[in-house]
Design a binder for this molecule. Structure first.
Ligand code: FUL
Length: 451
């Protein structure tokens, strides 16, 4: 564990010196990742057929038989719903591999599906390419089937599997290292440093997720809630996958020296895997919209799990709800009332065109006519670091300035939801910031009635 901690700490120390005089800043891959906003998780394995959440590794390969398997149906549905990447559980804790790995017999090659000739990883990665989505992999370190688990030989086994996935399936854009491990699991000292080196070498553009980064951190819960205050910076001392302070990860750290934005992973269903008994518990489009505000709207990224069913298809309710979710968001954010009322750089949807705002110098937007709004959007030019600590949004009621809402961190994106107000003028005041704030985008909207 010590090795991992020092690897992350050294990387952060150097990046803070190289990229900025004082503030930590994102790497290119982190910057690109954050702007994807909504990605999808695909949990699929023997559990789908045994109705479990955690398989114990004794499942027979014969249970895996998705009779109508169609990865293109999954990815088309995700594409239509605006998701930018799909991350597949290539191997979950049960050890069953969705690709015909050379290193184990516990895989699709011994299942009845396509007479053992199928490869889910290939079909999903091909479908992603066909529909223009990025593709990411989840390879559970905790493996309840593999006999070498608990010995140093397991690290070699794991690295071999990682290499198969990183070399045979084209571009991989995210690698998800799950820290989960059952309370009674065998002791196992994972060589995370070695795993991460392999990712860097074979897929240098991929972001690496774990509780403790090194690129992306966990948000600290599985309910879809980034902190109201959410810094993209943390300090990784004492942290490792499976060993992290959830509350600290949730808010990040204003003083953190390491740029490591939070990813909010949450399932569209109560469980991570498909269970027919949960078909009437699929989150509604409105609940999904709430998740968007609570994650992307708080400087995080939403990784929404949409698990395929036993036939090997995304279930109709899930498909319908993600589609409506996107339609609602598109409608809400269609008309920005700030357009043409503020410098073009604030509404051009580019982070690197911005205006500098000094603290406690209110920035006034005069619409010259009455407008009705109930949503606000702020974005920082995070390439120069995350600066805004605190701010205030007010409207002119004809006599004086009235508070609409106050906020803490902005970072990549801050969305504010408030009761509808009618006003001719608004003003934004940044009351605390690490130097001048670099405001990249500003928006005021009237929410869709379907929210
Ligand atoms: C957890 C796992 O134990 C769950 O099964 C799921 O994969 C979730 C995303 O991560 O740690």
């Amino acid at each position: 564990m010590k090795k991992i901690i020092s690897l992350v700490a050294i990387a952060c120390f150097y990046s803070s010196i190289i990229f900025s005089q004082s503030l930590p800043t994102p790497s290119q891959r982190q910057l690109q990742w954050q702007q994807m906003e909504t990605n999808a998780f695909l949990h699929f394995t023997v559990n789908t057929f045994t109705d479990k959440e955690w398989g114990d590794g004794t499942e027979s390969e014969s249970v895996f038989n998705p009779t109508k398997f169609n990865a293109r149906q999954w990815i088309k549905a995700l594409k239509d719903a605006g998701f930018k990447m799909a991350i597949l559980t290539c191997k979950h804790h049960d050890g069953f591999c969705l690709w015909p790995s050379k290193y184990t017999e516990h895989s699709v090659k011994n299942s009845p599906w396509k007479n053992g000739k199928g490869d889910v990883v290939k079909e999903v990665s091909d479908a992603c390419r066909a529909y223009g989505l990025k593709f990411g992999i989840y390879l559970s370190p905790w493996d309840r089937h593999e006999p070498t688990y608990g010995t140093p030989a397991y690290n070699i086994f794991y690295e071999n599997q990682l290499k198969e996935l990183l070399t045979n399936y084209g571009e991989i854009s995210e690698v998800w290292f799950d820290g989960a491990k059952g309370a009674n699991a065998k002791n196992m000292e994972y060589d995370f440093k070695g795993y991460w080196n392999i990712v860097r070498k074979l897929q240098p553009h991929a972001v690496i997720f774990s509780d403790a980064g090194p690129d992306i951190r966990w948000v600290g819960n599985e309910s879809g809630n980034a902190g109201q205050t959410c810094w993209s910076t943390i300090d990784t001392a004492g942290m490792a996958p499976g060993k992290a302070d959830a509350a600290y990860l949730n808010t990040g750290d204003i003083k953190g020296k390491c740029w490591m934005p939070a990813e909010t992973d949450v399932s569209i269903r109560p469980g991570w895997f498909y269970h027919a008994s949960e078909n009437d518990k699929v989150k509604t489009p409105q609940q999904l919209v709430n998740l968007y505000y609570q994650s992307v709207g708080r400087n995080s990224l939403l990784l929404l799990n949409v698990p395929p069913d036993r036939e090997g298809l995304l279930y109709e309710t899930d498909v319908k709800n993600i589609k409506t979710f996107r339609e609602i968001l598109n409608e809400t954010f269609k008309t920005n009332f700030a357009k043409d009322k503020v410098p073009a750089s604030l509404t051009d949807k580019k982070l690197n065109t911005f205006i500098s705002i000094k603290t406690n110098k209110p920035y006034v937007i005069d619409f010259k006519k009455l407008i009705k709004i109930d949503r606000a959007l702020l974005q920082e030019n995070i390439a120069s670091g995350q600066r805004i600590i605190k701010g205030l949004l007010e409207y002119w009621d004809g006599k004086e300035w009235e508070k609409i809402d106050d906020f803490t961190t902005v970072g990549y994106k801050r969305l504010l939801r408030f009761n509808i107000i009618t006003a001719k003028k608004l003003r934004v005041t940044i009351s605390e910031s690490k130097g001048a704030a670099q405001l990249a985008e500003l928006g005021f909207f009237k929410a869709s009635s379907k929210e």
